[in-house]
Design a protein around this ligand. Structure first.
Ligand code: 6CS
Ligand code: FE
Length: 299
């Protein structure tokens, strides 16, 4: 795949003919020690080491209730499913994900700007940040599908032209994330290795990848090696808790066959010094609701 980013070296080649494992050549925490922000020094060191951090009670129960009410309103909107921003479950007509909820809900728009949320990203990424992607993964239960092991950065680099992993996701639990209902699993330390996946990105890949990711998946050998070296941590927490994680963490989640939904809001912040260019390994850009091209810093 010849890159159209002629002026940029592709330091994280992926989706070629074979899988390649290489070290991450970027920092994890970009701010100077002692830089202001809500994350304490010990937690910041843990985030650097493991690639993620669990946060208790980031939102109050009343704020969680407001978010849930908004989701119910959005899910009831007859136009929602006609919009590409709503992804339906592969095996049912339940909504799997809703992208850009902040554009149709002031509650979610306020969340993006909330200092408890965005100041974490500014502190870790060491700069002003803009919103790269915002999605709510509903995972309603009764067999709702999970996500196989992957690195978000691998996809966002290949398909959205994200140059470096100077990007942070904050997963906000809007329902209890239990050990049984398909909670987020992360391999601690996996963010420090970049796995270039084998296999070119198909045309219009996003039309299926958000239901079932095909391109950009690690081999069984890579998953076994990563898990063997680093283990697997299941991130559980009550509604209102959160997990902030580096864009290159190897992560995934199981199907949810319980009747208890695992509904999380994923807010993805990118440094204003890492704005997206052309895809590094895909035939064309994805729609902007998957990778925003509005680089306006969050205020
Ligand atoms: O393609 C994407 O942007 C999404 N896919 C996965 C599997 N996780 C992150 C992201 O929302
Ligand atoms: Fe992901």
């Amino acid at each position: 795949m010849t890159s159209v980013n002629e002026h940029l070296t592709d330091r994280y080649p992926t989706r070629g003919s074979s899988e390649v494992v290489m070290p991450r050549t970027d920092p994890v925490v970009w701010s100077e020690p002692g830089a202001p922000g809500p994350v304490g020094a010990a937690d910041l060191a843990r985030y650097e080491r493991e690639g993620f951090l669990c946060v208790d009670a980031l939102l109050t129960p009343a704020e969680v209730t407001d978010c849930r009410r908004e989701l119910a309103r959005l899910a009831a909107d007859p136009g929602l499913r006609a919009d590409g921003r709503a992804v339906v479950e592969p095996e049912s007509d339940a909504v799997k994900s809703i992208f850009e909820p902040h554009k149709v809900s002031a509650v979610f728009d306020d969340l993006v700007r909330d200092p408890r949320v965005v100041d974490r990203a500014r502190q870790v990424l060491g700069s002003e940040v803009y919103l790269h992607q915002f999605r709510v993964n509903m995972k309603p239960g009764f067999g709702a599908s999970g996500w196989y092991w992957h690195s978000d950065f691998e996809t966002w680099h290949a398909e959205d032209g994200l140059p470096a992993p100077r990007t942070l996701s904050l997963s906000l639990a809007l329902t209890d994330n239990e050990d049984t209902n398909g909670s987020l699993m992360i391999m601690p330390g996996s963010h420090k290795t970049f796995l270039g996946c084998a296999g070119a990105t198909p045309e219009d890949n996003y039309k299926t990848s958000l239901q079932n990711q095909g391109a950009g998946l690690p081999s069984d050998a890579a998953v076994a090696r990563f898990a063997g070296e680093q283990g697997i941590r299941l991130c559980t927490g009550a509604a209102g808790s959160a997990v902030m994680f580096d864009s290159n963490c190897m992560h995934g989640s199981s199907d949810n066959i319980t009747p208890f939904p695992r509904c999380n809001a994923f807010i993805v912040f990118n440094s204003v010094h890492n704005t997206t260019v052309e895809p590094f390994a895909a035939p064309a850009r994805r729609p902007e609701y998957l990778g925003s091209r509005d680089f306006t810093p969050v205020r």
